[in-house]
Design a protein around this ligand. Structure first.
Ligand code: FES
Length: 110
C-alpha cells in the first residue's frame, strides 16, 4: 500500500514497548502533546511545553534537519539534570514535522 506523502511516521519506545506513530505535520503543537495523548502518559509535560519542568525528556535517534537544534530553555533545563548529549531532548521543543520520519523516540524516566 502506498504511503501518503504528508504522513509522518516514527516509532516511540516506552518501557521496551514499541509503538508505531503515523501522524501529520502540525497535528499537535509539539511532540510532547502527541506522546502524552497517544500513549496516555500521566505526569508528562507538566509545564505545558515551555521547556522548564523536564517531565517530557526523550532519547532520540534519527531526527533530522532543524529539529536537531536545541533552542530557548532546552539546553539549560537538560543541563540541570546532567543531560549534555545531543540526542537527549525535551519533547515539547520538537515540532511535528517530516524531520521525525523514521526516527525512534524513547521516553526516559527522569
Ligand atoms: S513540558 Fe515541561 S519541559 Fe517539556
Amino acid at each position: 500500500m502506498e504511503k501518503k506523502l504528508k504522513t509522518i511516521t516514527f516509532t516511540v519506545i516506552e518501557n521496551g514497548i514499541q509503538t508505531p506513530i503515523a501522524t501529520r505535520r502540525g497535528s499537535y503543537p509539539n511532540l510532547m502533546y502527541l506522546l502524552k495523548e497517544e500513549l496516555q502518559l500521566e505526569s508528562f509535560g507538566e509545564c505545558g511545553g515551555v521547556g522548564r519542568c523536564a517531565t517530557c525528556v526523550v532519547k532520540t535517534s534519527g531526527i533530522t534537519g532543524n529539529s536537531t537544534l536545541k533552542e530557548r530553555n532546552e539546553p539549560a533545563t537538560l543541563s540541570k539534570l546532567g543531560f549534555e548529549e545531543a540526542n537527549i531532548r525535551l519533547s515539547c521543543q520538537i515540532y511535528i514535522t517530516a524531520d521525525l520520519n523514521d526516527a525512534e523516540i524513547s521516553i526516559l524516566e527522569v
